[in-house]
Design a protein around this ligand. Structure first.
Ligand SMILES: NC(=O)c1ccc[n+]([C@@H]2O[C@H](COP(=O)([O-])OP(=O)(O)OC[C@H]3O[C@@H](n4cnc5c(N)ncnc54)[C@H](OP(=O)(O)O)[C@@H]3O)[C@@H](O)[C@H]2O)c1
Length: 309
């Protein structure tokens, strides 16, 4: 099968096409013919083998990805596609099902024509694709939306909470704004002036430009502050909390849970959760997609189309 591999850490040039053996699903695994994947900020760190701004986190990252060179040479942390074959012990999926999910912790990512995913287990999550979403949209939902939901739950979000979402225009940010609305919270989105309309269009009660306003000096106070991009120190945001306020950041560990995807299905079918797509690239232009995401200003999500039918 055709795949894009990286045999060394480095610039987008390390991403190269290669022929790999087609995986064979075992036991509880599904063989998925991949339709789309994405480029997230996390994919960029894995390709570089460097966690920005932290030697400690870089060491932890390399323990996971490989000390001197990548242990798992195919990137693509999330996917959508069609089940082509199933292992003997699969119970929840059938050949032909449209699915989406993550490849976190698995041997191989989704920058390839096929990927094997366990139907349940400790690594990777997979669910039926919401029919309201295209394959391209579905491939960008799991990581950003699960990260956002995990952090909102950590913050014990409640109806009527006032929440400030700093960095509301990236993948995690755009999902966090929409999900916080589902909990009945009042969202103040912080993004660049260019993205104010985007933040309001996805449900922010108000949007403030970080490049026009001194955010640490805002007069307002919030029940929750959610840092969705990690570009401002916690010490500058925490004074904006009320006394009982809660601070959460994408710099902390989050976890993927399959039942989150079930909740997303409900919000999506009610028309209250929709991926924001910035750009779409074919698999053979994945280097260009990485170059774009590396600039740090994508609006929502960037899709990689692996196969268009
Ligand atoms: N903890 C976890 O498990 C986990 C999971 C997923 C992601 N993450 C992390 O979450 C972060 C966000 O990832 P992402 O994929 O959503 O987006 P991203 O590619 O890291 O960020 C894109 C967004 O950041 C905004 N931005 C850039 N500089 C900013 C600044 N100084 N202040 C406010 N916003 C700024 C940009 O908006 P403008 O163009 O308007 O500036 C753009 O919309 C990354 O650090 C990622 O690694 C963590």
């Amino acid at each position: 099968m055709k795949a894009i591999v990286y045999r060394n850490y480095g610039t987008p040039d390390v991403l190269q096409p290669e022929e790999l053996p087609k995986p064979i699903p075992q036991g509880k695994e599904l063989l998925v013919r991949v339709r789309a994947s994405s480029v997230t900020a996390g994919t960029i760190w894995m390709r570089r083998g460097v966690f920005p701004g932290s030697k400690l986190f870089t060491i932890l990252l390399r323990l996971f990805t490989g000390i001197t060179k990548p242990k798992r040479p195919v990137l693509g942390l999330e996917f959508s596609g069609i089940v082509e074959a199933i292992g003997n012990h699969v119970t929840q999926f059938q050949v032909g099902d449209e699915v989406y999910g993550t490849t976190t912790g698995l041997k191989q990512g989704a920058y390839a024509e096929y990927v094997c995913i366990p139907e349940s287990g400790k690594q990777g999550v997979v669910a039926h694709k919401p029919k309201e979403l295209t394959f391209e949209e579905a491939a960008t939902l799991p990581i950003g939306a699960m990260t956002a939901l995990n952090l909102l739950l950590k913050a014990k979000i409640e109806k009527s909470d006032k929440i400030l979402i700093y960095g509301a225009s990236g993948s995690v940010g755009t999902y966090a704004v929409q999900l916080a609305n589902q909990f009945g919270a009042q969202v103040t989105a912080v993004c660049s002036n260019a993205n104010l309309d985007l933040a309001k269009s996805i449900g922010a009660y108000e949007a403030i430009a970080y490049d026009r306003t001194d955010i640490p000096r805002l007069g307002a106070r919030f029940d929750i502050i959610f840092d969705a991009v990690g570009k401002i120190p916690a010490s500058q945001l925490k004074p904006l909390l009320v006394k009982t306020g809660r601070y959460v950041s994408i710099k902390s560990m989050t976890s993927e849970k399959k039942h989150y995807l079930d909740l997303f299905q409900q919000y999506i079918s009610e028309g209250n959760l929709k991926p924001v797509i910035d750009r779409t690239y074919p698999l053979d232009q994945v280097r260009e997609a990485h170059e774009y995401v590396e600039l740090g200003h994508k609006k929502g999500n960037v899709v990689v189309v692996v196969a268009d039918k």
